[in-house]
Design a protein around this ligand. Structure first.
Ligand code: SF4
Length: 219
């Protein structure tokens, strides 16, 4: 397919991409199991450099052992590190989770902040984590979650030329309707796991094939 040149053609192509994603993944949401915003924050911190499946194996026991945010604030990070060991980078993750619990209890009355600027002050809540929590737990479109799948596919579909996640996010926020910011990431993450995988994308079975001019398309 030739690259669209006019703004109208680019917009029409984007609409086609969004409508295919809606067809494929009408009701997708975050794959991390959680029952409230705090649990989602913990799960998202644990998911750094780790699969959601692995995190979902760890969190049921973790939330049974530490049922409240007060429990997490009271535990020593080196003890929590043992509990989250299998998710990797366990010392940093444990320190972030305990720090987050203490900050949220000490400064925000135990409530997860609902605006991104405040949430970004919580230990462990970098921009991607904050967007996940605000979008999934509260339905607040604060930005577009850019993980490895979203970054890779946004490139392949020529929705950005940027490499740094924060710049990819800025590009996506500029072209996507705000009401799509939350669902778009969830959809691309599923699409990236099932079809547009990192190595050897399954282009032969891809519904986007006619819209895609990625250089690493598989013949
Ligand atoms: S055609 Fe291939 S590279 Fe392009 S979006 Fe589909 S799976 Fe990804």
């Amino acid at each position: 397919m030739k690259r669209p040149r006019s703004k109208a053609d680019k917009q029409a192509r984007l609409q086609q991409i969004l409508s295919i994603l809606d067809d494929l993944y009408p009701n997708v949401t975050c794959a991390l199991h959680h029952t409230n915003a705090w649990e989602l924050l913990v799960a998202t911190i644990l998911s750094a450099q780790c699969t959601d499946e692995r995190v979902n194996k760890v969190t049921p026991g973790l939330f049974a052992k530490y049922p409240t945010i007060q429990d997490f604030a009271a535990v020593r990070p080196e003890v929590l590190a043992v509990d989250v060991h299998s998710t990797g980078f366990f010392n940093n993750k444990a320190k972030s989770i305990v720090g987050a619990a203490q900050k949220i209890l000490g400064e925000f009355g135990g409530e997860i902040p609902r605006d991104i600027e405040t949430l970004l002050t919580v230990p462990g809540a970098a921009r991607k984590t904050a967007n996940v929590v605000l979008g999934t737990a509260f339905g607040i479109a604060s930005g577009v979650v850019v993980d490895t799948h979203v970054g890779r596919i946004a490139h392949r579909l020529d929705l950005t030329r940027e490499e740094v996640p924060v710049k990819v996010e800025r590009d996506l926020m500029a072209i996507l309707p705000k009401e799509r910011w939350i669902s778009f990431s969830h959809q691309l993450i599923h699409f990236g796991r099932q079809t547009c995988v990192a190595r050897k994308p399954k282009c032969g079975e891809c519904r986007m094939e006619e819209l895609c001019y990625a250089e690493d398309k598989e013949a």
